[in-house]
Design a protein around this ligand. Structure first.
Ligand code: NAD
Ligand code: IPM
Ligand code: MN
Length: 362
């Protein structure tokens, strides 16, 4: 098959550092699996915006559509930078790509790898092993809302939660298909139907309707507040979670924390229909507090690269890419025992060193 075309967006802060470490892993891993790839770098980032005034234009999206996958580090500057107010970067790059490229699934595994320490007392790898299917193109992320009398004492703002039957159903169906392939075949819907009686109701009824097509999958429902409690107190209850966009954002940072830290959490923004490229990125952001110091843990990004190779390889029918992705995933798991007794995110190993440890264990 022809080679895998990967668009690289390093982004800001630690983004380029962790993506650089991951690309070194790809370079080392590809030949043995016969995986052929070409990569092209794009500058979209807060830094690029401040230099040029450009965020991400429609022509850029058209260009990115030509690739098989997008690999992104992180975008965004300091949270209080007035020049970046109003989510100009997050909305203008990240959310624009997710929405325009119809990446309607955000897949976020929560797996406690061997040797990694969880803050949850008494929990081990067998207790923390689930995956979140976060809806990625609707909900509070649609940007529907506005102000009345902004800047006055009578100011009113609203921000609308949007749920469609179509959007909920394709996400829920994806989650059932995924649950079906897993050993436990268990799927939990997470929402807040006791308060969000419109959007939550659409999700709940859709979930029940789709469930009748999957008798082999056992189902459950948790309110999102209870889900946070279970994730900490009884994470073993989860196998697959399906969750709308905003709650999914929040619970997956909690997921990263129970699996050892931001340095471990990988994700894929998937367009499962293959009508546009999918995008792979760590869950964490640009971490301005540790940028440029070779301190960031690149494991989350390397694991996201593994996911990129497996998912894109599957969609393209490129078995060599799938095999390469499996090797990368296995190499990550072989390295994590070296973190035993250390903090994952402040291990003292350095970005370069961790990248090299993964390469050595390929
Ligand atoms: P963050 O994830 O960047 O950082 C949170 C904390 O985790 C920081 O203390 C940081 O040092 C630590 N951390 C993150 N990644 C780490 C790693 N790989 N190794 C070790 N420690 C790590 O979140 P934030 O500070 O809320 O956001 C910073 C910027 O990133 C903001 O502009 C935000 O909008 C943006 N952001 C971007 C993305 C993305 O591009 N996908 C995701 C989240 C946040
Ligand atoms: C994430 C991030 C983004 C989100 C932000 C930066 C727009 O937090 O990928 O989890 O909310 O989805
Ligand atoms: Mn987030």
């Amino acid at each position: 098959s022809d080679s895998l075309k990967i668009a690289i967006i390093g982004g800001d802060g630690i983004g380029p550092e962790v993506v650089g470490a991951a690309m070194n892993v790809l370079e080392a891993a590809a030949p043995a699996s016969g995986c052929k790839y070409e990569s092209t770098e794009f500058p979209f980032s807060a830094t690029h915006f401040l230099e040029t005034g450009h965020v991400l234009e429609d022509v850029d999206i058209a260009e990115l559509r030509k690739f098989d996958a997008i690999f992104l580090g992180a975008v965004g500057g300091l949270p209080n930078d007035p020049r970046l107010a109003g989510g100009v970067i997050e909305k203008g790059i990240l959310l624009k790509l997710r929405f325009e490229l119809d990446q309607y699934i955000n897949l976020r595994p929560v797996t406690l790898y061997p040797g990694i320490e969880t803050p949850l007392a008494g929990k081990t790898s067998k207790d923390i092993d689930f995956i979140c299917v976060r809806e990625n193109t609707e909900d509070l992320y649609c940007g529907v809302g506005g102000f009345v009398r902004k800047g006055t004492p009578q100011e009113v703002s609203n921000q609308t939660m949007v749920a469609t039957r179509f959007g909920a159903e394709r996400c829920i169906r994806y989650a059932f298909e995924l649950a079906k392939t897993r050993q436990r075949k268990q799927l939990t819907l997470v929402h807040k139907t006791n308060v969000l009686t419109f959007a939550g109701d659409t999700w709940f009824r859709t979930f029940q309707d789709v469930a009748s097509d999957y008798p082999e999958v056992t189902t459950d429902y948790h309110h999102v507040d209870a889900c946070c409690m279970y994730m900490v107190a009884k994470p073993e209850v989860y196998d697959v979670i399906v969750v709308p966009n905003m709650f999914g954002d929040i619970i997956t940072d909690l997921g990263a924390a129970i699996a050892g830290g931001m340095g471990i959490a990988s994700s894929g923004n998937l367009n499962p229909d293959g009508t546009a490229p999918s995008m792979f990125e760590p869950v964490h952001g640009s971490a301005p507090d540790i940028a440029g110091q070779n301190l960031a843990n690149p494991i989350a990004t390397i694991d996201s690269l593994g996911l990129l190779l497996r998912e894109t390889g599957r969609i393209k029918g490129d078995q060599a890419a799938v095999t390469c992705g499996e090797r990368v995933g296995a190499a990550v798991k072989a390295v994590t025992p070296k973190f035993a007794g250390k903090s994952l995110d402040r291990s003292g190993y350095g970005t370069d060193k961790i990248g090299q440890m993964v390469i050595d264990s390929l």
